[in-house]
Design a protein around this ligand. Structure first.
Ligand SMILES: Nc1ncnc2c1ncn2[C@@H]1O[C@H](COP(=O)(O)OP(=O)(O)OP(=O)(O)O)[C@@H](O)[C@H]1O
Ligand SMILES: Nc1ncnc2c1ncn2[C@@H]1O[C@H](COP(=O)(O)OP(=O)(O)OP(=O)(O)O)[C@@H](O)[C@H]1O
Ligand SMILES: [Mg+2]
Ligand SMILES: [Mg+2]
Lengths: 225, 225
Protein backbone atom coordinates (compact mmCIF):
# COMPACT_ATOMS: atom_id res chain seq x y z
CA UNK A 1 0.00 0.00 0.00
CA UNK A 2 3.06 2.27 0.44
CA UNK A 3 6.31 1.56 -1.41
CA UNK A 4 9.59 3.41 -1.06
CA UNK A 5 12.56 2.74 -3.34
CA UNK A 6 15.96 4.33 -2.89
CA UNK A 7 14.48 7.27 -0.99
CA UNK A 8 16.99 9.93 -0.02
CA UNK A 9 16.23 13.20 1.78
CA UNK A 10 18.74 15.99 2.08
CA UNK A 11 17.98 19.17 4.03
CA UNK A 12 19.97 22.00 2.55
CA UNK A 13 18.87 24.88 4.69
CA UNK A 14 21.18 27.37 6.30
CA UNK A 15 24.62 26.41 7.50
CA UNK A 16 24.49 22.67 7.18
CA UNK A 17 23.65 19.96 4.70
CA UNK A 18 21.91 17.09 6.51
CA UNK A 19 21.32 13.73 4.85
CA UNK A 20 18.28 12.69 6.90
CA UNK A 21 17.55 9.61 4.73
CA UNK A 22 20.30 7.81 2.81
CA UNK A 23 18.54 5.38 0.51
CA UNK A 24 15.53 3.71 2.14
CA UNK A 25 13.73 0.76 0.55
CA UNK A 26 10.50 -0.20 2.31
CA UNK A 27 7.26 -1.89 1.28
CA UNK A 28 4.33 -1.57 3.64
CA UNK A 29 1.76 -4.32 3.07
CA UNK A 30 -1.97 -3.65 3.22
CA UNK A 31 -3.32 -4.34 6.70
CA UNK A 32 0.14 -4.53 8.24
CA UNK A 33 1.01 -3.06 11.67
CA UNK A 34 4.54 -1.79 11.09
CA UNK A 35 6.68 -0.11 13.71
CA UNK A 36 9.69 2.11 12.97
CA UNK A 37 12.17 2.55 15.80
CA UNK A 38 15.54 4.27 16.05
CA UNK A 39 17.52 6.91 17.93
CA UNK A 40 16.62 10.58 18.12
CA UNK A 41 17.64 12.26 14.84
CA UNK A 42 17.80 9.00 12.87
CA UNK A 43 15.22 10.15 10.30
CA UNK A 44 11.97 8.58 11.55
CA UNK A 45 9.76 11.67 11.24
CA UNK A 46 11.29 12.53 7.87
CA UNK A 47 10.50 9.00 6.64
CA UNK A 48 6.93 9.14 7.94
CA UNK A 49 6.28 12.54 6.34
CA UNK A 50 7.47 11.24 2.95
CA UNK A 51 5.31 8.11 3.34
CA UNK A 52 2.30 10.35 4.01
CA UNK A 53 3.00 12.59 0.98
CA UNK A 54 3.57 15.54 3.31
CA UNK A 55 7.10 15.94 1.99
CA UNK A 56 8.91 14.89 -1.15
CA UNK A 57 12.17 12.92 -1.30
CA UNK A 58 15.35 14.47 -2.74
CA UNK A 59 15.61 11.33 -4.89
CA UNK A 60 14.00 7.89 -5.06
CA UNK A 61 10.43 6.69 -5.70
CA UNK A 62 7.36 6.77 -3.48
CA UNK A 63 4.15 4.94 -4.36
CA UNK A 64 0.95 5.25 -2.34
CA UNK A 65 -1.95 2.96 -3.22
CA UNK A 66 0.05 1.87 -6.28
CA UNK A 67 0.41 5.40 -7.68
CA UNK A 68 3.67 7.31 -7.83
CA UNK A 69 3.11 10.44 -5.84
CA UNK A 70 5.77 12.49 -7.65
CA UNK A 71 3.44 12.45 -10.69
CA UNK A 72 0.37 13.59 -8.81
CA UNK A 73 -1.00 17.12 -8.78
CA UNK A 74 -1.24 19.01 -5.50
CA UNK A 75 -4.97 18.49 -5.57
CA UNK A 76 -4.65 14.73 -5.93
CA UNK A 77 -2.00 14.66 -3.19
CA UNK A 78 -4.32 16.58 -0.85
CA UNK A 79 -7.14 14.14 -1.64
CA UNK A 80 -4.93 11.16 -0.76
CA UNK A 81 -3.90 12.85 2.47
CA UNK A 82 -7.44 13.73 3.51
CA UNK A 83 -9.24 10.53 2.55
CA UNK A 84 -6.72 7.82 2.66
CA UNK A 85 -4.11 8.69 5.28
CA UNK A 86 -4.60 9.77 8.90
CA UNK A 87 -1.53 11.50 10.34
CA UNK A 88 -0.64 11.84 14.02
CA UNK A 89 2.14 14.46 14.19
CA UNK A 90 4.93 14.38 16.76
CA UNK A 91 4.08 17.98 17.62
CA UNK A 92 0.27 17.41 17.72
CA UNK A 93 -0.46 20.26 15.24
CA UNK A 94 -3.79 21.14 16.83
CA UNK A 95 -5.51 24.34 15.73
CA UNK A 96 -5.36 26.60 18.77
CA UNK A 97 -8.39 28.67 17.81
CA UNK A 98 -10.73 25.65 17.56
CA UNK A 99 -12.11 23.64 20.48
CA UNK A 100 -11.23 19.96 21.02
CA UNK A 101 -14.44 18.88 19.28
CA UNK A 102 -13.93 21.28 16.38
CA UNK A 103 -10.36 20.05 15.92
CA UNK A 104 -11.55 16.45 15.51
CA UNK A 105 -14.40 17.48 13.18
CA UNK A 106 -12.16 19.73 11.07
CA UNK A 107 -10.86 16.97 8.70
CA UNK A 108 -14.42 15.68 8.30
CA UNK A 109 -15.44 19.05 6.83
CA UNK A 110 -12.85 18.55 4.11
CA UNK A 111 -14.34 15.23 3.11
CA UNK A 112 -18.11 15.06 3.11
CA UNK A 113 -20.77 15.97 5.68
CA UNK A 114 -20.11 16.34 9.38
CA UNK A 115 -20.51 14.00 12.25
CA UNK A 116 -20.40 15.40 15.73
CA UNK A 117 -21.44 12.09 17.25
CA UNK A 118 -18.58 10.31 15.53
CA UNK A 119 -16.08 12.91 16.77
CA UNK A 120 -17.34 12.52 20.34
CA UNK A 121 -17.07 8.74 20.15
CA UNK A 122 -13.46 9.01 18.98
CA UNK A 123 -12.60 11.38 21.83
CA UNK A 124 -14.11 9.01 24.40
CA UNK A 125 -12.27 6.09 22.78
CA UNK A 126 -8.88 7.75 23.37
CA UNK A 127 -9.76 8.26 27.04
CA UNK A 128 -10.94 11.88 27.08
CA UNK A 129 -14.30 12.91 28.53
CA UNK A 130 -17.10 15.40 27.90
CA UNK A 131 -15.45 18.03 30.09
CA UNK A 132 -12.72 18.34 27.46
CA UNK A 133 -14.90 18.72 24.33
CA UNK A 134 -15.38 22.49 24.47
CA UNK A 135 -11.92 23.34 25.75
CA UNK A 136 -9.20 24.93 23.64
CA UNK A 137 -5.85 23.12 23.17
CA UNK A 138 -4.02 25.48 25.54
CA UNK A 139 -6.42 24.46 28.31
CA UNK A 140 -5.34 20.84 28.14
CA UNK A 141 -2.45 18.84 29.56
CA UNK A 142 0.29 17.52 27.23
CA UNK A 143 -1.11 14.01 27.14
CA UNK A 144 -4.66 15.29 26.61
CA UNK A 145 -3.53 17.31 23.57
CA UNK A 146 -1.78 14.25 22.20
CA UNK A 147 -4.95 12.21 22.44
CA UNK A 148 -6.99 14.90 20.66
CA UNK A 149 -4.41 14.71 17.85
CA UNK A 150 -4.91 10.93 17.66
CA UNK A 151 -8.70 11.27 17.55
CA UNK A 152 -8.37 13.87 14.79
CA UNK A 153 -6.18 11.53 12.70
CA UNK A 154 -8.93 8.91 12.90
CA UNK A 155 -11.71 11.38 12.04
CA UNK A 156 -11.99 10.34 8.41
CA UNK A 157 -11.67 6.63 9.10
CA UNK A 158 -8.50 6.49 6.99
CA UNK A 159 -7.22 3.23 5.47
CA UNK A 160 -3.66 4.08 6.46
CA UNK A 161 -2.66 5.60 9.81
CA UNK A 162 0.81 7.13 10.17
CA UNK A 163 1.52 7.90 13.82
CA UNK A 164 4.67 9.70 14.98
CA UNK A 165 5.48 8.89 18.64
CA UNK A 166 1.72 8.80 19.58
CA UNK A 167 2.41 7.75 23.20
CA UNK A 168 5.34 10.09 23.95
CA UNK A 169 3.35 12.15 26.45
CA UNK A 170 1.21 9.39 27.91
CA UNK A 171 1.40 7.29 31.07
CA UNK A 172 1.30 3.50 30.87
CA UNK A 173 -2.47 3.15 31.15
CA UNK A 174 -3.24 5.72 28.45
CA UNK A 175 -0.46 4.36 26.21
CA UNK A 176 -2.05 0.94 26.50
CA UNK A 177 -5.46 2.40 25.66
CA UNK A 178 -4.08 4.04 22.50
CA UNK A 179 -2.33 0.82 21.43
CA UNK A 180 -5.64 -1.04 21.90
CA UNK A 181 -7.32 1.53 19.60
CA UNK A 182 -4.63 1.07 16.94
CA UNK A 183 -4.75 -2.71 17.30
CA UNK A 184 -8.51 -2.86 16.83
CA UNK A 185 -8.29 -0.57 13.78
CA UNK A 186 -5.60 -2.88 12.42
CA UNK A 187 -7.79 -5.92 12.99
CA UNK A 188 -10.48 -4.14 10.94
CA UNK A 189 -8.00 -4.07 8.05
CA UNK A 190 -6.42 -0.62 8.49
CA UNK A 191 -2.70 -0.32 7.79
CA UNK A 192 -0.75 1.22 10.66
CA UNK A 193 2.78 2.63 10.51
CA UNK A 194 3.92 3.89 13.90
CA UNK A 195 7.17 5.57 14.89
CA UNK A 196 8.20 5.13 18.50
CA UNK A 197 11.26 5.17 20.69
CA UNK A 198 9.46 3.08 23.32
CA UNK A 199 10.74 -0.40 22.62
CA UNK A 200 8.22 -1.93 25.05
CA UNK A 201 5.52 -1.20 22.46
CA UNK A 202 7.04 -3.26 19.63
CA UNK A 203 5.14 -6.36 20.73
CA UNK A 204 1.94 -4.82 19.34
CA UNK A 205 3.33 -4.77 15.79
CA UNK A 206 3.60 -7.41 13.05
CA UNK A 207 6.97 -6.13 11.91
CA UNK A 208 9.64 -3.79 13.25
CA UNK A 209 12.10 -1.77 11.17
CA UNK A 210 15.15 -0.19 12.83
CA UNK A 211 16.36 3.13 11.40
CA UNK A 212 19.80 4.50 12.19
CA UNK A 213 21.47 7.53 10.56
CA UNK A 214 18.92 7.58 7.75
CA UNK A 215 19.18 3.91 6.77
CA UNK A 216 17.25 0.76 7.67
CA UNK A 217 19.73 -1.40 9.57
CA UNK A 218 17.47 -4.17 10.83
CA UNK A 219 14.04 -5.64 10.15
CA UNK A 220 12.02 -8.49 11.54
CA UNK A 221 9.30 -9.61 13.92
CA UNK A 222 9.18 -7.85 17.30
CA UNK A 223 11.01 -10.57 19.15
CA UNK A 224 13.72 -10.90 16.50
CA UNK A 225 14.70 -7.25 16.50
CA UNK B 1 14.17 24.71 49.35
CA UNK B 2 10.58 24.61 48.01
CA UNK B 3 7.60 24.23 50.33
CA UNK B 4 3.97 23.83 49.36
CA UNK B 5 1.15 23.87 51.92
CA UNK B 6 -2.46 23.20 51.06
CA UNK B 7 -1.95 24.23 47.45
CA UNK B 8 -5.10 24.21 45.33
CA UNK B 9 -5.39 25.25 41.68
CA UNK B 10 -8.70 25.76 39.96
CA UNK B 11 -8.91 26.63 36.28
CA UNK B 12 -12.06 28.60 35.69
CA UNK B 13 -11.81 29.31 32.01
CA UNK B 14 -14.58 28.79 29.51
CA UNK B 15 -17.12 26.07 29.89
CA UNK B 16 -15.63 24.06 32.72
CA UNK B 17 -14.23 24.46 36.18
CA UNK B 18 -11.27 22.13 36.63
CA UNK B 19 -9.70 21.48 40.03
CA UNK B 20 -6.20 20.59 38.81
CA UNK B 21 -4.71 20.51 42.34
CA UNK B 22 -6.82 19.68 45.39
CA UNK B 23 -4.65 20.49 48.40
CA UNK B 24 -1.01 19.51 47.91
CA UNK B 25 1.51 19.50 50.77
CA UNK B 26 5.09 18.97 49.67
CA UNK B 27 8.52 19.89 51.00
CA UNK B 28 11.45 19.58 48.64
CA UNK B 29 14.74 19.27 50.53
CA UNK B 30 17.89 21.04 49.33
CA UNK B 31 19.96 18.73 47.14
CA UNK B 32 17.16 16.22 46.77
CA UNK B 33 16.34 14.39 43.51
CA UNK B 34 12.55 14.19 43.62
CA UNK B 35 10.40 12.58 40.98
CA UNK B 36 6.69 13.27 40.47
CA UNK B 37 4.74 10.60 38.60
CA UNK B 38 1.06 10.21 37.79
CA UNK B 39 -1.45 9.71 34.97
CA UNK B 40 -2.02 12.16 32.13
CA UNK B 41 -4.15 15.04 33.44
CA UNK B 42 -3.35 14.38 37.11
CA UNK B 43 -1.89 17.88 37.68
CA UNK B 44 1.89 17.30 37.35
CA UNK B 45 2.63 20.25 35.05
CA UNK B 46 0.36 22.53 37.07
CA UNK B 47 2.24 21.52 40.24
CA UNK B 48 5.64 22.10 38.63
CA UNK B 49 4.64 25.54 37.27
CA UNK B 50 3.51 26.61 40.75
CA UNK B 51 6.75 25.28 42.30
CA UNK B 52 8.71 27.35 39.76
CA UNK B 53 6.73 30.53 40.45
CA UNK B 54 5.44 30.48 36.86
CA UNK B 55 1.88 30.28 38.10
CA UNK B 56 0.11 31.12 41.35
CA UNK B 57 -2.11 28.78 43.36
CA UNK B 58 -5.83 29.49 43.82
CA UNK B 59 -5.20 28.97 47.54
CA UNK B 60 -2.43 27.63 49.77
CA UNK B 61 1.16 28.73 50.44
CA UNK B 62 4.29 28.42 48.33
CA UNK B 63 7.76 29.15 49.69
CA UNK B 64 10.88 29.18 47.53
CA UNK B 65 14.26 29.49 49.26
CA UNK B 66 12.37 30.19 52.48
CA UNK B 67 10.44 33.15 51.07
CA UNK B 68 6.71 33.18 50.39
CA UNK B 69 6.36 33.91 46.72
CA UNK B 70 2.86 35.40 46.98
CA UNK B 71 4.48 38.37 48.75
CA UNK B 72 7.14 38.94 46.13
CA UNK B 73 7.05 41.61 43.45
CA UNK B 74 7.05 40.58 39.80
CA UNK B 75 10.64 41.72 39.57
CA UNK B 76 11.74 39.57 42.49
CA UNK B 77 9.81 36.62 41.08
CA UNK B 78 11.55 37.05 37.72
CA UNK B 79 14.92 37.18 39.49
CA UNK B 80 14.20 33.91 41.31
CA UNK B 81 13.14 32.33 38.05
CA UNK B 82 16.21 33.49 36.12
CA UNK B 83 18.91 32.90 38.70
CA UNK B 84 17.69 30.20 40.95
CA UNK B 85 15.40 27.93 38.96
CA UNK B 86 16.03 26.25 35.60
CA UNK B 87 12.79 25.13 33.90
CA UNK B 88 12.46 22.42 31.23
CA UNK B 89 8.97 22.82 29.77
CA UNK B 90 6.88 19.92 28.49
CA UNK B 91 6.40 21.84 25.25
CA UNK B 92 10.09 22.88 24.92
CA UNK B 93 9.29 26.61 24.58
CA UNK B 94 12.21 27.34 22.28
CA UNK B 95 12.36 30.72 20.54
CA UNK B 96 11.85 29.91 16.87
CA UNK B 97 13.66 33.02 15.58
CA UNK B 98 16.89 32.25 17.48
CA UNK B 99 19.40 29.53 16.59
CA UNK B 100 20.12 26.58 18.92
CA UNK B 101 23.16 28.37 20.35
CA UNK B 102 21.29 31.65 20.80
CA UNK B 103 18.45 29.84 22.58
CA UNK B 104 20.86 28.39 25.16
CA UNK B 105 22.65 31.72 25.60
CA UNK B 106 19.41 33.71 25.89
CA UNK B 107 18.90 33.16 29.69
CA UNK B 108 22.56 34.01 30.26
CA UNK B 109 21.96 37.48 28.81
CA UNK B 110 19.36 38.08 31.48
CA UNK B 111 21.82 37.28 34.25
CA UNK B 112 25.33 38.67 33.77
CA UNK B 113 27.78 38.44 30.89
CA UNK B 114 27.63 35.87 28.13
CA UNK B 115 29.39 32.62 27.67
CA UNK B 116 29.33 31.03 24.27
CA UNK B 117 31.80 28.34 25.31
CA UNK B 118 29.63 27.35 28.22
CA UNK B 119 26.55 27.11 25.98
CA UNK B 120 28.44 24.88 23.53
CA UNK B 121 29.62 22.61 26.34
CA UNK B 122 26.04 22.19 27.58
CA UNK B 123 24.82 21.32 24.08
CA UNK B 124 27.53 18.68 23.67
CA UNK B 125 26.71 17.33 27.15
CA UNK B 126 23.10 16.63 26.14
CA UNK B 127 24.31 14.72 23.08
CA UNK B 128 23.98 17.34 20.34
CA UNK B 129 26.87 18.25 18.05
CA UNK B 130 28.35 21.28 16.28
CA UNK B 131 26.19 20.74 13.20
CA UNK B 132 23.16 21.70 15.28
CA UNK B 133 24.48 24.93 16.84
CA UNK B 134 23.49 27.31 14.06
CA UNK B 135 20.23 25.62 13.15
CA UNK B 136 16.79 26.99 13.99
CA UNK B 137 14.39 24.93 16.13
CA UNK B 138 12.20 24.02 13.14
CA UNK B 139 15.22 22.40 11.51
CA UNK B 140 15.62 19.90 14.31
CA UNK B 141 13.99 16.59 15.19
CA UNK B 142 11.64 16.35 18.20
CA UNK B 143 14.24 14.81 20.47
CA UNK B 144 16.88 17.32 19.35
CA UNK B 145 14.57 20.22 20.26
CA UNK B 146 13.93 18.65 23.65
CA UNK B 147 17.64 18.46 24.35
CA UNK B 148 18.16 22.12 23.39
CA UNK B 149 15.43 22.95 25.93
CA UNK B 150 17.31 20.98 28.60
CA UNK B 151 20.61 22.73 27.81
CA UNK B 152 18.84 26.09 27.98
CA UNK B 153 17.40 25.28 31.43
CA UNK B 154 20.96 24.62 32.67
CA UNK B 155 22.38 27.79 31.07
CA UNK B 156 22.44 29.77 34.30
CA UNK B 157 23.69 26.93 36.46
CA UNK B 158 20.52 27.08 38.56
CA UNK B 159 20.37 25.66 42.09
CA UNK B 160 16.98 24.13 41.41
CA UNK B 161 16.02 22.35 38.18
CA UNK B 162 12.35 21.69 37.45
CA UNK B 163 12.01 19.34 34.49
CA UNK B 164 8.63 18.41 32.94
CA UNK B 165 8.82 15.07 31.08
CA UNK B 166 12.43 15.80 29.85
CA UNK B 167 12.81 12.40 28.16
CA UNK B 168 9.37 12.16 26.50
CA UNK B 169 10.79 12.44 22.98
CA UNK B 170 14.04 10.57 23.52
CA UNK B 171 15.21 7.04 22.81
CA UNK B 172 16.73 4.91 25.56
CA UNK B 173 20.34 5.96 24.97
CA UNK B 174 19.59 9.68 24.94
CA UNK B 175 17.23 9.35 27.94
CA UNK B 176 20.03 7.67 29.83
CA UNK B 177 22.43 10.46 28.83
CA UNK B 178 20.02 13.11 30.14
CA UNK B 179 19.50 11.24 33.41
CA UNK B 180 23.30 11.06 33.82
CA UNK B 181 23.46 14.86 33.36
CA UNK B 182 20.75 15.40 36.01
CA UNK B 183 22.38 12.90 38.37
CA UNK B 184 25.78 14.59 38.16
CA UNK B 185 24.18 18.02 38.74
CA UNK B 186 22.40 16.51 41.75
CA UNK B 187 25.68 15.11 43.09
CA UNK B 188 27.08 18.66 42.83
CA UNK B 189 24.33 19.76 45.22
CA UNK B 190 21.63 20.91 42.78
CA UNK B 191 18.03 20.18 43.70
CA UNK B 192 16.13 18.36 40.94
CA UNK B 193 12.35 17.96 40.65
CA UNK B 194 11.40 15.93 37.61
CA UNK B 195 7.96 15.01 36.29
CA UNK B 196 7.78 11.84 34.24
CA UNK B 197 5.35 9.16 33.21
CA UNK B 198 8.24 6.75 32.50
CA UNK B 199 8.30 4.62 35.64
CA UNK B 200 11.59 2.99 34.56
CA UNK B 201 13.32 6.28 35.42
CA UNK B 202 12.28 6.40 39.08
CA UNK B 203 15.39 4.49 40.16
CA UNK B 204 17.45 7.62 39.52
CA UNK B 205 15.59 9.59 42.19
CA UNK B 206 15.92 9.79 46.00
CA UNK B 207 12.17 10.05 46.46
CA UNK B 208 9.07 9.51 44.35
CA UNK B 209 5.70 11.23 44.82
CA UNK B 210 2.60 9.86 43.08
CA UNK B 211 -0.01 12.40 41.98
CA UNK B 212 -3.54 11.36 41.04
CA UNK B 213 -6.49 13.68 40.36
CA UNK B 214 -4.68 16.65 41.88
CA UNK B 215 -3.64 14.99 45.16
CA UNK B 216 -0.53 13.21 46.37
CA UNK B 217 -1.62 9.61 46.97
CA UNK B 218 1.72 7.93 47.63
CA UNK B 219 5.27 8.83 48.54
CA UNK B 220 8.45 6.94 49.22
CA UNK B 221 11.74 5.65 47.87
CA UNK B 222 11.75 4.41 44.25
CA UNK B 223 11.43 0.76 45.18
CA UNK B 224 8.68 1.35 47.70
CA UNK B 225 6.37 3.18 45.32
N1 LIG C 1 -5.34 26.49 31.20
C1 LIG C 1 -6.17 25.50 31.59
N2 LIG C 1 -7.51 25.70 31.59
C2 LIG C 1 -8.35 24.72 31.98
N3 LIG C 1 -7.96 23.49 32.37
C3 LIG C 1 -6.63 23.23 32.37
C4 LIG C 1 -5.66 24.20 31.97
N4 LIG C 1 -4.42 23.64 32.06
C5 LIG C 1 -4.60 22.37 32.51
N5 LIG C 1 -5.93 22.13 32.68
C6 LIG C 1 -6.53 20.88 33.18
O1 LIG C 1 -5.97 20.60 34.46
C7 LIG C 1 -5.70 19.19 34.57
C8 LIG C 1 -4.22 18.99 34.93
O2 LIG C 1 -3.42 19.44 33.87
P1 LIG C 1 -1.83 19.21 33.90
O3 LIG C 1 -1.29 19.81 32.64
O4 LIG C 1 -1.24 19.73 35.16
O5 LIG C 1 -1.72 17.63 33.89
P2 LIG C 1 -0.44 16.67 33.72
O6 LIG C 1 -0.42 15.75 34.89
O7 LIG C 1 0.78 17.47 33.46
O8 LIG C 1 -0.81 15.82 32.44
P3 LIG C 1 0.13 15.22 31.24
O9 LIG C 1 0.85 14.03 31.84
O10 LIG C 1 -0.89 14.85 30.21
O11 LIG C 1 1.06 16.30 30.81
C9 LIG C 1 -6.06 18.55 33.23
O12 LIG C 1 -7.29 17.87 33.37
C10 LIG C 1 -6.21 19.70 32.27
O13 LIG C 1 -7.28 19.49 31.36
N1 LIG D 1 13.92 21.23 8.29
C1 LIG D 1 15.12 20.67 8.55
N2 LIG D 1 16.25 21.30 8.18
C2 LIG D 1 17.46 20.76 8.48
N3 LIG D 1 17.66 19.59 9.12
C3 LIG D 1 16.55 18.92 9.50
C4 LIG D 1 15.22 19.42 9.27
N4 LIG D 1 14.33 18.54 9.81
C5 LIG D 1 15.07 17.53 10.35
N5 LIG D 1 16.39 17.76 10.16
C6 LIG D 1 17.50 16.90 10.59
O1 LIG D 1 17.31 15.62 9.99
C7 LIG D 1 17.61 14.59 10.94
C8 LIG D 1 16.43 13.66 11.06
O2 LIG D 1 15.34 14.34 11.63
P1 LIG D 1 14.00 13.59 12.02
O3 LIG D 1 13.07 14.60 12.60
O4 LIG D 1 13.49 12.78 10.89
O5 LIG D 1 14.51 12.57 13.16
P2 LIG D 1 13.70 11.62 14.14
O6 LIG D 1 14.22 10.23 13.98
O7 LIG D 1 12.24 11.82 13.98
O8 LIG D 1 14.15 12.12 15.59
P3 LIG D 1 13.32 12.23 16.97
O9 LIG D 1 13.22 10.83 17.53
O10 LIG D 1 14.21 13.11 17.80
O11 LIG D 1 11.99 12.84 16.70
C9 LIG D 1 17.98 15.27 12.25
O12 LIG D 1 19.37 15.24 12.43
C10 LIG D 1 17.52 16.70 12.10
O13 LIG D 1 18.41 17.61 12.71
MG1 LIG E 1 10.73 12.60 15.15
MG1 LIG F 1 2.02 17.71 31.83
Amino acid sequence: VIELEGVRKVYNSGPTRVEALRGVDLRVRRGEFLMIVGPSGSGKSTLLHIMGALDTPTSGRVKVAGREISNLSDRELARIRNRYVGFVFQEFNLIETLTVLENVMFPMALADGEDEERAKRLLLKVGLSEEHFDKFPNQLSGGERQRVAIARALANDPEVILADEPTGQLDTKNSHRIMEVFKSLNEDGRTIVMVTHDLSLTRWADRVVVLRDGKIVEEGSPDEV
